[in-house]
Design a protein around this ligand. Structure first.
Ligand code: KG4
Ligand code: ZN
Length: 313
């Protein structure tokens, strides 16, 4: 049995988690997520403030994760930390802390790609959310449509061209005067909107709910259709969603309506695991650790880089 500490500081949550197990049999022993509310007043994440906030919270967050797991630092077999993609200053806090911990305990260090973490999140709660499957990762910064033949073997079928799904939700929210991050407020408002009523609004305030509805409908239609084509192209029976936008219940319902009548299954992580968290990082690390992967103490943070394990489409 292996015990891994996961650390996530890529954006505005400071998170740590302890997982133990082997292969796809991995149990979550603890998960602590500290969300930085300070950014709300700015209507978006301020990188420098995020990095400083990680600095003050990383030690207590990790201590709490260790304590909740009922273990000691000495019981850890490895430390896994998100090192890309994300805000470099924010990432560096987790990376530096992870390096120091791994070095001082004499245990292996792993650098994990944040989006690969999102890919593994559903597997923490659903034993069948393991390859092969079609994956739709929809977060604040990235949209990725992947065919996952096996862990570590990903065919990229589609990706963000400009704004990721979450970013689009957040921008629409901002236009409609909703709080940041706005995805869930757009979803709430869209419930009151009338479908397809809008043909160019002259009064945003009066048409708010209809605008939210029209935007969300078109985003969902597109994502469902592309995921449908991807699953069929590779004859996959399972679809796995991940990333903050996977919290959108209207989207999840639309996916199920499309896939389930064909005997296909759609897996979504619960909201705590769909949004940024360290459990998904530790979960992805189990796979990488068992593959024999180890990071050196020269591990660096990168604002962007492709998900590892891409094979030709
Ligand atoms: O994966 P995540 O926690 O962070 C990144 O890696 O970016 O995703 C955050 C994104 C935000 O854009 C947020 O508005 C969106 O997830 N989000 C939602 C919902 N809940 C969170 N978008 C649509 N509907 C929701 N219910
Ligand atoms: Zn994320």
């Amino acid at each position: 049995m292996t015990r891994i500490l996961g650390i996530e500081t890529s954006c505005d949550e400071t998170s740590a988690a302890v997982l133990e197990g082997k292969g796809d049999q991995v149990a979550q022993k603890s998960l602590v997520i500290l969300s930085q509310d300070v950014h709300r007043v700015f209507g978006g994440v301020v990188p420098e403030i995020a990095a400083r906030a990680h600095l003050t919270s990383i030690v207590p967050v990790v201590e709490r994760a260790i304590e909740e797991a009922g273990i000691k630092l000495d019981d850890l077999d490895a430390v896994a930390v998100t090192n890309t993609p994300g805000l470099v200053g924010a990432l560096l806090v987790g990376v530096s802390y992870g390096k120091a911990l791994a070095f001082s305990r004499g245990i292996p260090l792993l650098g994990i790609h944040h989006m690969e973490g999102h890919l593994f999140a559903a597997a923490l709660e659903h034993r069948d959310a393991v390859p092969p499957f079609t994956a739709l990762l929809i977060s604040g910064g990235h949209t990725l449509l992947l065919d996952v033949e096996a862990w570590g073997k990903y065919r990229l079928l589609g990706a963000t061209r400009d704004d990721a799904a979450g970013e689009a939700f957040d921008k629409v929210a901002k236009l409609l005067g909703l709080p940041y991050p706005g995805g869930r407020y757009v979803e709430q408002l869209a419930r009151e909107g009338k479908p397809k009523r809008l043909r160019g609004s002259k009064n945003i305030e009066a048409d708010k709910a209809d605008i939210a509805r029209a935007f969300q409908d078109s985003l969902i239609d597109t994502l469902v259709e592309k995921t449908w084509r991807a699953a069929n192209a590779f004859s996959r029976q399972h679809v796995v969603l991940g990333g903050g936008v996977a919290c959108n219940r209207t989207l999840a319902a639309a996916m199920r309506t499309r896939f389930e009548p064909e005997g296909m299954t759609v897996f979504t992580p619960s909201p705590r695991l769909a949004t940024d968290n360290a459990a998904m990082i530790a979960r992805a690390a189990f796979y990488r650790f068992e593959q024999g992967e180890r990071a050196g103490l020269d591990l660096n943070a990168y604002a962007s880089s492709p998900i590892p394990g891409l094979v030709a489409a």
